[in-house]
Design a protein around this ligand. Structure first.
Ligand code: C2O
Ligand code: CU
Ligand code: CU
Length: 529
């Protein structure tokens, strides 16, 4: 196996990251035959797809209370041919429902729903399974699926436990109580050992929760509220999805995946016609491994109003927002100063989406209030326990990466994290690796306390903790409620979490999907007092 940096060097993907659309550049050094250089595709020829809203098919009894009826949705996972770009042949993807990506759930806080997720996928996988990974052994069915609602405060039996997968022809019904604040969640596959492949194939979609408070704010809504699910892919010139392999047929797993085709709501480099007024963009990073650094035009100012778990305390003026895989950003951009112009949505040098602003002035009745909601910090003194958890890279004898671990403990070991229901804990992530890992806990929302530089060598060799600098508070952009936090190399990242909602078995993991699938995931169990 190869380390991330060697992998990047070998495949020239670092170069790809620096490439500018429209400029010619040499093809990827070690790119497999038939791969497509996505920068050769003509940008802004496809309109941005507006994703359909999931429709319920009747009412069913609530699992919480049989006398109450709740909306019931039936969503099938299917293989589908989609046009990612006007000039590309159709691409085979896996998706939920009839659209790619899947339909958006438009739900309300306090209004529960039932979703029956039906596996109608074929029985063969079209991406390279690594049977040496735990949970993906050759005796397991090739195609398996289980759905998780990321950021959902969901009872354990509906949370999509990675081992609760089901095969084509079967289904799993999940109950989402929606007892949580307005925000944008997303649903995605979570199958043990092949999660990265199922999501790369397309199994993810958005899930919006609204509430009365947010409604009262007069933010841009309706067609002026645009959800954007963004991910990168590698493609072949025949339109098919390319997923890189290690070159070792027995063990094709690679530590991280980056593509040069930026897909927004299912299209590469689409355009959106907008009016010269305020829009709300709800952006989700659905990439396997790529971090997006979102900006408008040449660093035009926008406002961030929310993050993973809902609104910030107040709007935040900014020019660039970093989103790691699974992080969400809720943004307001005002096109009124750009009537008749074009504005690009970018991530570094990648151009994601073109806005065509109409010339005629419009009346914009929406507003962005100076404060969005009260957001109390959780006091550190509330925590009854602090857990120090390491992020480890496992090296073999010749210092090659064997994969990453949480607290040096593989998935199958007994549960070690057992927080008590309705108590507060501090989790300290001690990053001993050279990567930033976006860490996610199921069930809960949390706050970031701080990040602090420490001596990694001392920690590794002597097990002693020596801080090298004062603690840094979270950036204002991540000072609201979160469900995913970036743990940077050489830093201890501390979060504070109230374990509320349900007792039972959940997971926490790195949201770089290649890491997650190769042991960077652990169970935790909320226990009753
Ligand atoms: Cu996006 Cu385990 O989650
Ligand atoms: Cu989750
Ligand atoms: Cu990771």
């Amino acid at each position: 196996m190869i380390t991330r940096r060697r992998f990047l060097g070998q495949t020239g993907l670092l170069m790809a990251g620096a490439a500018v659309r429209g400029q010619s550049r040499p093809p990827l050094a070690a790119a497999p035959a038939g791969s497509l250089n996505a920068s050769t595709l003509k940008p802004w020829v496809d309109p941005l797809p507006i994703l359909p809203t999931a429709k319920s098919s009747g009412m069913r009894s609530s699992p919480e209370n049989g006398t109450v009826k709740v909306p019931y949705y039936r969503i099938a996972m299917r293989e589908m041919q989609v046009k990612l770009h006007r000039d590309l042949p159709p691409t085979t993807v896996w998706t939920y429902g009839d659209s790619f990506p899947g339909p958006i759930f438009d739900t309300r806080s306090g209004e529960p729903l039932l979703v029956e997720w039906v596996n109608e996928l074929p029985t063969r996988h079209f991406l390279p399974i690594d049977h040496t990974l735990h949970g993906a052994e050759a005796d397991k069915p090739e195609v398996r699926a289980v759905v998780h609602l990321h950021g959902g405060k969901t009872p354990p039996e509906s949370d999509g436990y990675p081992e609760s997968w089901f095969v084509p022809g079967k289904s799993g019904t999940c109950f989402y109580p929606n007892r949580q604040d307005a925000t944008m969640l997303f649903y995605h596959d979570h199958t043990m050992g092949i999660n990265r492949l199922n999501i790369y194939a397309g199994l993810q979609g958005l899930f919006v929760i609204r509430d009365d408070h947010e409604d009262s704010l007069n933010l841009p809504k309706g067609k002026y509220e645009v959800p954007l699910l963004i991910f990168d892919r590698m493609l072949r010139s025949d339109g098919s999805l390319e997923y890189p392999t290690s070159g070792d047929e027995k063990s094709p797993w690679v530590p991280e995946v980056f593509g040069d085709a930026m897909v927004v709501n299912g299209k590469i480099a689409p355009y959106l016609e907008v009016e010269p007024r305020k829009y709300r963009f709800r952006i989700m990073n659905g990439a396997n491994g790529r971090f997006f650094r979102i900006s408008f035009g040449d660093l035009l100012e926008f406002q961030q109003i929310g993050s993973d778990q809902g609104l910030l305390a107040a709007p935040l003026a900014m020019k660039r927002l970093v989103l790691a895989p699974a992080e969400r950003g809720d943004l307001i951009f005002d096109f009124s100063a750009h009537a008749g112009q074009e504005v690009l949505l970018k991530s570094d040098s990648f151009e994601l989406l073109q806005f065509r602003v109409s010339a005629t002035p419009v009346n914009d009745a929406s507003s962005v209030p100076a404060t969005l909601r009260p957001l109390a910090r959780i006091a550190e003194s509330e925590a009854i326990k602090t857990r120090r958890l390491t992020l480890d890279e496992n090296m073999d004898m010749v210092q090659q990466s064997m994969g990453m671990l949480l607290n040096n403990t593989p998935w199958h070991m007994p549960v070690t994290e057992k927080p008590v229901l309705n108590t507060t804990e501090i989790w300290e992530f001690v990053n001993l690796t050279e990567d930033t890992h976006p860490l996610h806990l199921h069930l809960v929302k949390f706050q970031i306390l701080d990040r602090r530089r420490f001596d990694v060598f001392d920690y590794r060799s002597k097990g002693t903790l020596r801080y090298l600098a004062p603690a840094m508070p979270p950036t204002p952009s991540e000072a609201g409620w979160k469900d995913t936090v970036r743990a940077d190399p050489g830093l201890i990242t501390r979060i504070i979490v109230r374990f509320e909602g349900y007792t039972g078995r959940y997971v926490w993991h790195c949201h770089l999907l290649e890491h997650e699938d190769n042991e960077m995931m652990r169970p935790f169990e909320v226990v009753s007092a």
